[in-house]
Design a protein around this ligand. Structure first.
Ligand code: 2AM
Ligand code: CA
Length: 266
C-alpha cells in the first residue's frame, strides 16, 4: 500500500474522529434516547447511531469503494475483508457514556485486504487521541509511545479484567482466574475495550483479558498495541478474526504466554 494513501487515510480518520468527538460532546448536553439491545446491560443511544452515520457519510462521500463495518450496522453488510474496510465503534463503552459521562471512546481500525494499517482510539472526555500505523509506531496525542517493557512479569502486572470472569461463569474456570487475580499486582475493569488496549499501549495496564469482544472493539487497539510490541490472540492462542466475535488476551509476549496457562475454557 502506498505511503501516500496511508497518509491520506490517517489525516481523514484523525479529522473525522475528532469531529465525531465534538458531536458526541455537544449531544451530551441534550436529552437523548437510550435503548437496550441483547440484554439490559447492552445499551445503544441515538448518539451511537448518529456518530456511526457521521462516519458512514464521510467515508462514502470521499471513498465510495470502501466498506464500513460498524457496531450499529448502519453501513452495508460486510462479509469479506477484501479491499479497504473501516471497522468502527462509534461509542465504545456505551454504559459508561450513559451512566458516567466519561470513560468511553471512538474506535476506528482501517484494514486493507485483511491487514490492519491504521488504528485510532479517541478518549473523548479526556481528549486523548491514540494512533497506530503498521510499521510506523504508536502515538498518544502526537508523541510516539515507547515499546512496552518486555521484561515485565505477571507478578508485576496490572491486568484489565472484568469480575464477570472471576465469579462463577459459563465460559472459564473461575478458580484459575481467582488464582490469577491473587498472583498479579492488581486487576482493573474500565468498561471500554478499546481504552483497555490504549492503556496497554501507554503502560497504564500490562494485560487485558476478556471472553466476548466484537471486531469493532479491538480493530484499532490491536494495531496500536502491536506497534509497541504487544501480542493479541484468542484465549486459546489462535489468531483473532475481524469478521467474528473473539475471546481476547493481550500483553507483552512473556506475560501473554503465561496468561494462556490460567485461562481454561469450560
Ligand atoms: P460497547 O460499549 O461498544 O458495547 C465492556 O466490558 C466492553 O465490552 C465494551 O468495550 C463494550 O462495548 C463491550 N461489550 C459489551 N457487551 C458486549 C457484547 N455483548 N459483545 C461484544 N462486546 C461487548
Ligand atoms: Ca459501541
Amino acid at each position: 500500500m502506498s505511503q501516500e494513501i496511508i497518509q491520506q487515510l490517517r489525516n481523514d480518520a484523525k479529522e473525522w474522529i475528532l469531529e465525531a468527538g465534538e458531536l458526541i460532546k455537544e449531544s451530551m448536553n441534550q436529552p437523548f434516547a437510550v435503548d437496550t439491545k441483547k440484554d439490559r446491560k447492552d445499551l445503544v443511544t441515538e448518539v451511537d447511531r448518529r456518530s456511526e452515520q457521521f462516519f458512514i457519510d464521510k467515508i462514502s462521500e470521499k471513498y465510495p469503494d470502501h466498506k464500513v463495518l460498524g457496531e450499529e450496522g448502519m453501513g452495508e453488510e460486510v462479509t469479506s475483508l477484501d479491499g479497504t474496510v473501516w471497522i468502527i465503534d462509534p461509542i465504545d463503552g456505551t454504559l459508561n457514556f450513559v451512566h458516567q459521562q466519561r470513560f468511553f471512546a471512538i474506535s476506528i481500525g482501517i484494514y486493507i485486504d485483511g491487514v490492519g494499517e491504521v488504528g485510532f482510539i479517541y478518549d473523548v472526555m479526556a481528549d486523548d487521541l491514540y494512533e497506530g500505523v503498521r510499521h510506523q509506531g504508536a502515538y498518544k496525542n502526537g508523541t510516539q509511545l515507547d515499546p512496552i517493557d518486555p521484561q515485565k512479569t505477571l507478578e508485576e502486572s496490572m491486568i484489565g479484567l472484568n469480575n464477570t470472569w472471576v465469579i462463577p461463569n459459563r465460559r472459564l474456570d473461575e478458580k484459575k482466574m481467582q488464582e490469577l487475580s491473587r498472583n498479579v499486582k492488581g486487576t482493573r475493569s474500565y468498561g471500554s475495550a478499546s481504552l483497555e488496549f490504549a492503556y496497554i499501549a501507554d503502560g497504564t495496564l500490562d494485560a487485558y483479558i476478556t471472553m466476548r469482544l466484537s471486531p469493532w472493539d479491538i480493530a484499532a487497539g490491536m494495531i496500536i498495541v502491536s506497534e509497541v510490541g504487544g501480542v493479541t490472540t484468542r484465549v486459546d492462542g489462535s489468531e483473532i478474526g475481524m469478521l467474528s466475535g473473539n475471546t481476547v488476551v493481550c500483553a507483552n509476549q512473556a506475560i501473554h504466554q503465561e496468561l494462556l496457562t490460567y485461562i481454561i475454557e469450560k
